[in-house]
Design a protein around this ligand. Structure first.
Ligand SMILES: [Zn+2]
Length: 255
């Protein structure tokens, strides 16, 4: 509300280049569009962590797309909410349409959409859970019965993921999430779509899926805005690589 009011009196600047034209100027928006796939596709981390759910993403989590997510989460640019929700929604729709059980659940007991829980440290640092409103808005574009619920909770303190490699991230997160007791009934036998912002090693989604399956989930799928390109897919010179000049180190996002 306050930001809405400020937008009326202050000219909005671009979240990436800080020139007039917010929340993203046309030049920076074009840079992000270069990171988006023509349609959502399945992201497979290399190597995939044990229990990695099938995950649909909208784009590649490098350069401008990663910078926009960081600006939203860590630089107070919550005015990017609509933009990021619109990029997440197609990935979520693709996940929800991918499996016959997922389609049937939306006509029956309902599809359960589950944001990954932020760490308690991140929540204290940011004062809120920025992923949650993105998931809520993106889920509104799903047809049928859909429930967004914070069924997962972090069960212990984990280290900052940004300094860890794939194996380190997996062991850092192993057993780090659980289904809240009051949600066990909703999870048991359900079809769940776990949602994160960006996927790097897949460790976060794999741990979320493990916790949901342990609580009886019948099927776990996943969706995210973007995923880091696999090394084997790396072709230098693609438009989305390297990061934009002047937007700083954007490595501390996602896991
Ligand atoms: Zn810009």
């Amino acid at each position: 509300m306050l930001s809405d009011l400020l937008d009326l009196v202050l000219p909005a600047t671009c979240a990436l280049c800080h020139r007039p034209g917010g929340p993203l100027c046309q030049r920076c928006r074009d840079a992000v569009l270069d990171c988006l796939h023509p349609s959502p596709r399945v992201a497979v981390p290399s190597p995939p962590p044990d229990g990695m759910p099938s995950c649909w993403v909208r784009g590649e989590a490098s350069g401008a797309l990663r910078a926009v997510v960081t600006a939203y989460k860590d630089e107070g640019r919550r005015d990017l909410h609509r933009t990021l929700s619109a990029w997440l929604a197609p990935a979520l729709r693709a996940a929800a349409a991918a499996d016959p059980a997922a389609r049937a659940s939306r006509r029956g007991r309902g599809l359960l959409v589950v944001p990954v829980p932020g760490s308690p440290r991140a929540r204290r640092h940011r004062g809120d859970v920025p992923l949650r409103p993105l998931v809520t808005t993106a889920s509104a574009s799903l047809a049928g019965r859909v429930t967004v619920a914070d069924v997962l909770v972090a069960t212990r303190v984990t280290r900052d993921q940004s300094t860890l490699d794939a194996a380190g991230r997996a062991s850092n997160l192993a057993g780090a999430m659980a289904v809240r007791p009051r949600h066990v009934g909703a999870v048991d036998g359900s079809v769940c779509v776990v949602v994160d912002d960006l996927v790097t090693t897949g460790a976060t989604l794999a741990e979320a899926a493990r916790a949901l399956r342990e609580a009886g989930a019948g099927l776990v799928l996943a969706a995210a805005i973007g995923a880091t390109r696999r090394r084997s897919d790396h072709h230098p010179g693609l438009p989305c690589d390297p990061p934009l000049k002047g937007v700083g180190d954007r490595s501390n996002v996602g896991a």
